[in-house]
Design a protein around this ligand. Structure first.
Ligand SMILES: [Zn+2]
Length: 384
């Protein structure tokens, strides 16, 4: 199999592209996201105030290209990708496709890919059934903390309640994509989908399978995000090599929440992703007070001490198109910290001479997709 090591680029500042929802002026929050007690403050102080050696800076030796190369190499290492490559070095990736079912305006097919020996990741492929004969763009849709997320994203509902709740928050991007003429590929995310999770026996890890995945990965020198990026890259290999009727130059990846985190890490390392859209996920590792925003399963050991903040990691997607979307009522994130992180992404994109390829938008609601921002951004990028 191939171990594509993917080359890329980045660059500098200001929130001119951080677009406010019309009618809602940019206002700074008046209060911190959390208040720590004095003991906690003292314990946190030496942890998150340190300088990150691979944080982007204008005077980085060799400039932006050299920074990007160094940061990507360190990210690859910290994710544990080399360990996965070593295990899979003689592995031949297998894909099996099941029967096709006809839905309203598209076909749905179940597939399964063996991304490393013995690891089978199920996925859905949704293909439009209109009369167009041109090659279609592809939308790779990554789900987050939903044990049934790959079904949710592909519109495969357990019952009427599941359908109603998903549609209410516009939570089936695979269906949205196929109805817009894209081939949608919707895999199960390792450690998040029940179908590909290690069970947390005896509740030792908080009754959370994703935390169990984290602990097992750390002992083995891996990370959950490394495994998820690995799976995404093997699926992209398959899309490019074998999926019929698609324009492989028009590959889009998107996801909400944990799926957004996966999207930004995959885009940071893989140049084949032309447009990346992390929704309700892309902020700094910590708030100004040291609160850690993301779930345990998003942990990258030593990221702050040996690499950089998550804002810099997301900016490794430059100069390719990147849209970050957040919800104003999303209780998992903080307005000021998001704004600061997004200004830093702009800074880096400008250093990469790609200031017009990054946008940031705020939706009016909570932790969900905002299709009204996502699809116009994608379509504008793919027209060029
Ligand atoms: Zn998690």
């Amino acid at each position: 199999m191939r171990f594509a090591v993917f080359a890329l680029v980045v660059g500098a500042a200001i929130s001119s592209h951080s677009q406010e929802t019309p009618g809602q002026p940019h206002k700074k929050s008046s209060s911190p996201f959390v208040q720590f007690d004095p003991v906690s403050k003292a314990l946190l102080q030496p942890l998150h105030g340190q300088k990150s050696p691979l944080a982007w800076r204008k005077d980085f030796p060799g400039g932006w290209p050299a920074w990007r190369k160094a940061a990507r190499e360190k990210l690859w290492e910290l994710l544990g990708m080399d360990r996965m490559a070593a295990v899979a070095v003689k592995h031949r990736v297998n894909v099996k496709l099941g029967e096709v079912t006809q839905e309203d305006g598209y076909q749905r097919q179940r597939g399964e890919i063996e991304t490393e020996p013995g690891v089978f990741i199920p996925f859905w492929v949704l293909t439009p059934t209109d009369s167009l004969s041109n090659k279609r763009p592809v939308a790779l849709c990554a789900h987050g903390h939903d044990s049934d997320g790959w079904n949710t994203y592909a519109g495969v509902y357990r019952d009427e309640k599941h359908r109603r709740e998903t549609l209410a928050k516009e939570g089936s991007p695979g269906v949205e994509a196929v109805r817009r003429g894209y081939v949608a590929v919707v895999p199960a995310t390792r450690g998040l989908a029940k179908a590909v999770s290690i069970t947390d026996r005896k509740g030792r890890h908080g009754n959370r399978n994703c935390r169990a995945q984290l602990v097992h990965c750390l002992l083995a020198g891996r990370t959950p995000l490394g495994e998820r990026v690995w799976d995404s890259q093997r699926i992209i290999d398959w899309i490019i090599q074998d999926l019929q009727g698609v324009d492989t130059k028009k590959l889009v990846m998107l996801g909400n929440s944990g799926g957004g985190v996966l999207t930004l890490y995959a885009a940071a390392l893989d140049d084949r992703i032309r447009v990346a859209i992390p929704s309700c996920s892309f902020t700094s590792f910590t708030s100004a007070e040291g609160f850690i925003f993301h779930c345990d399963c998003c942990l990258i050991p030593r990221a702050q001490s040996e690499l950089c903040d998550l804002s810099d990691i997301g900016a490794l997607a430059a100069p390719r198109a990147l849209l970050a979307v957040h919800g104003r009522k999303d209780g998992l994130h903080h307005f000021d910290d998001v704004q600061n992180a997004m200004e830093r992404v702009h800074l880096i994109y400008r250093a990469a001479d790609a200031g017009d390829r990054f946008e940031h938008r705020w939706g009016d609601q909570g932790h969900q997709f905002y299709p009204q921002f996502i699809w116009p951004f994608i379509e504008k990028e793919l027209e060029e």
